[in-house]
Design a protein around this ligand. Structure first.
Ligand SMILES: [Zn+2]
Length: 297
């Protein structure tokens, strides 16, 4: 069995039935025999997916990917502790997403929304063809074209395989629940769009050694990227020469801790909905319609 606390530990020949509380399995370390031995109804796959993209001069390009994976792992541990009969399986982190708008910086790797759709569908259908039904998509990248790929792949997997699948974070991101729940800070956090206060706080909490100290001298910069005048423009074309939107200098590790665990809570709640066959989180209708209007790029 694969124990994730010690990533280096070699796999033994135990089956998933030997799973102890607080453990989860790592897909890439399992043989097809071990995968085949999993209970179809009691296994939930977690797929972290987010692009590598510039996050200002102070944060790693893997900020979204690291956060998606770390929060997924915390959520899987909590589910493992609370539900003895459920097995959570971590799929490898997929470093892919649509982020054309900041591709004029080195470090950004953007793929088309069609590719995002293809990847999600390929993972989902590869599992569903063998009877697996349950999957949670973990992404921290909230660009609508990226979500378009994810949501249309999930729709197709529901239609073709009746999969129980959801992506829990974007509904919370787009319906205002972060602002409603977060500690009161005395400034408008809704303008912290990219590599600003929220993400810098997250990295300051989770990976302080990856945060470049220059963060504390960065000036606040704001842009309404949803404004029609900026449509189709890149970050540099709208004057974001350092690649961030918000106030990184205000970063606070305590807020980072709150934000991290709020994300974990969101994943845990969605996983419980899935286990108990309750309705799964979905994007607000108006965001869904806006997303539909976007071109496949
Ligand atoms: Zn990000």
């Amino acid at each position: 069995m694969v124990r994730t606390k010690d990533d280096q530990k070699p796999m033994t020949k135990k089956t998933a039935k030997d799973k102890k509380n607080n453990d989860f399995l790592e897909f890439k370390k399992m043989s097809w025999k071990h995968i085949d031995a999993l209970d179809r109804d009691k296994t939930i796959f977690f797929l972290p997916i987010s692009p590598l993209e510039e996050h200002g001069p102070h944060l790693p390009v893997g900020t979204d990917l690291l956060t998606a994976k770390d929060t997924a792992i915390e959520a899987m541990k909590r589910i493992g502790t609370q539900y003895e009969d459920i097995t959570c399986v971590l799929l490898p982190s997929v470093p892919v997403g649509f982020c054309k708008f900041n591709s004029d910086f080195p470090g950004t790797v953007s793929v088309s929304s069609k590719v995002v759709k293809e990847i999600i569908y390929s993972f989902g259908s590869a599992l569903a063809r063998h009877g697996f039904q349950n999957m949670i998509i973990c992404t921290y990248h909230m660009a609508l074209s990226h979500l378009k790929g994810i949501y249309s792949a999930m729709d197709k997997l529901r239609q073709r395989y009746k999969m129980n699948i959801c992506e829990p974070w974007s509904p919370v991101f787009y319906d205002g629940r972060i602002t409603e729940n977060e500690p009161k800070l005395g400034f408008d956090t809704s303008k912290e769009v990219h590599a600003g206060f929220r993400e810098t706080s997250l990295i300051k909490y989770q990976y302080p050694y990856l945060l470049d100290p220059i963060y504390s001298s960065l000036q606040s910069i704001y842009r309404d990227v949803s404004s029609p005048k900026f449509v189709g423009k890149t970050f540099k074309e709208i004057g974001l020469s350092d690649g961030y939107i918000g106030s990184p200098a205000k970063a606070d590790a305590d807020y980072g801790r709150w934000f991290f665990h709020f994300t974990v809570d969101t994943y845990v709640a969605a996983t419980k909905d899935l286990i108990h066959k309750r309705p799964l989180p979905d994007l607000p209708k108006k965001v869904r319609s806006r997303m539909k209007l976007l071109f496949w790029e």
